[in-house]
Design a protein around this ligand. Structure first.
Ligand code: ASP
Length: 372
């Protein structure tokens, strides 16, 4: 179902939105008004927003009206065209970075996306970026970008829970609201944002909480960053953690990221998967611990050995909210572990990967977990 009309759709949207097209229209009007004094052409007041598409359900298609579908079937021009009035909100142009379900998101796409976003944001004519993305791993990509984007300009991720072909598809409204947020000067300096279902979330805090419901994204510990309805934006508090231009992490020279695995704790847990991760070359292990980041004695012993061998060990939690406290039931100081604080296993993995590009010292990484 790949669409071949995409090229001309983008061209149409771009040409209709360029300042040149706008000033051409102004010139024609001027020739009609022969007696009027010549006026300087008005500057286009719309924000210049780049859409970077990666796939996901928002670009998914299936049988008309149904909920079974394949991610990443429509391309960026189709998404833009599906939202009436979007070109009035902003000058838009799109690029296809990938076209995958976000369950297939990987380090190569992350690096490509982050590098391209940084390039575009360095262009003074660009006001902001919207990334279309599947919802399954959106919280990880958003946090990765939050840590490596080198700009205060808005970067907004949008997705949808229902494919374009479903009854009540939610993608068009989410894209409209995402463009509205990215066009809002007040979005500058807030870090990377996720816009979905009329809510705005900080990348660091947002998590997917429901498998299929459109009301799935939440920021359990801290609440949303704002609200957006029909393109009208309301902001709440600012983010107090380091991000974007205040972050020490940089992808510019990176061609790969260190391997960090997540291991899920449970009753009767042994060290088999920990040893397998180490054998596979993991430079870091995040444990999705029970409760406050706990795990069995045999898991603790295996990870204590791993930490002695300079493998970064982070204790997070398999629970949906709360924070993992340092030195509560586990002696992190003695074992050389890092406690994840508010970061869930997926986000802990993102920060651990970037931390390992700088240091393997758990004390320094613990500071990073407090600051980011
Ligand atoms: N599996 C899809 C994805 O993450 C789900 C979605 O986008 O909502 O790409």
């Amino acid at each position: 179902m790949r669409h071949t009309t995409t090229g001309w759709l983008i061209a149409l949207v771009i040409s209709a939105c360029t300042p040149e097209a706008h000033s051409q229209a102004t010139k024609q009007d001027d020739t009609k008004e022969k007696t009027a004094k010549p006026k300087p052409a008005a500057k286009d007041a719309r924000a210049n927003i780049k859409i970077l598409a990666t796939g996901g359900t928002i670009a998914g298609g299936g049988e008309a009206g149904g909920y079974s579908y394949t991610s990443g079937q429509f391309e960026v021009g189709d998404l833009i065209k599906a939202v009436p009035g979007l070109d009035k909100k902003a000058m838009l142009s799109g690029e296809q970075i990938a076209n995958i379900g976000s369950q297939d998101m990987n380090d190569d796409v992350w690096l490509k996306l982050a590098k391209r976003a940084n390039e575009l944001l360095a262009d003074p004519s660009v006001d902001g970026i919207v990334v279309t993305h599947g919802t399954d791993t959106m919280e990880e990509t958003a946090y990765f970008l939050d840590l490596v984007i080198k700009s205060r300009k808005p970067v907004v991720l949008v997705g949808s829970m229902r494919p374009a072909t479903a009854i009540s598809a939610d993608g068009p409204a989410n894209l409209y609201n995402g463009v509205a947020v990215a066009s809002d000067p007040a979005a500058r300096g807030r870090g990377v944002l996720v816009v979905i279902n009329d809510s705005i979330h900080f990348a660091r805090n947002v998590v997917k909480t429901n498998t299929t419901n459109v009301e799935t994204f939440a920021s359990p510990n801290r609440g949303a960053a704002g609200l957006v309805a029909s393109g009208s934006v309301t902001w709440f508090e600012q983010m107090d953690k380091r991000h974007t231009t205040d972050s020490e992490f940089n992808v510019k020279t990176l061609t790969a990221l260190p391997r960090v695995d997540i291991i899920y704790a449970h009753s009767n847990m042994d060290a088999t998967l920990i040893n397998a991760a180490i054998a596979a070359g993991a430079k870091g292990i995040v444990v999705a611990g029970v409760g406050d980041g706990n795990m069995s004695k045999s898991a603790l012993d295996a990870l204590a050995d791993a930490a002695k061998n300079k493998i970064l060990v982070v204790r997070s939690t398999r629970l949906g909210a709360g924070m993992v406290m340092r030195n509560a039931e586990v002696d992190d100081d003695k074992l050389g572990f890092v406690a994840s604080g508010e970061l869930n296993p997926g986000k802990s993995r993102v920060l651990a990967m970037l931390a390992l590009t700088k240091t393997t010292d758990p004390a320094k990484v613990q500071q990073m977990f407090k600051q980011y």
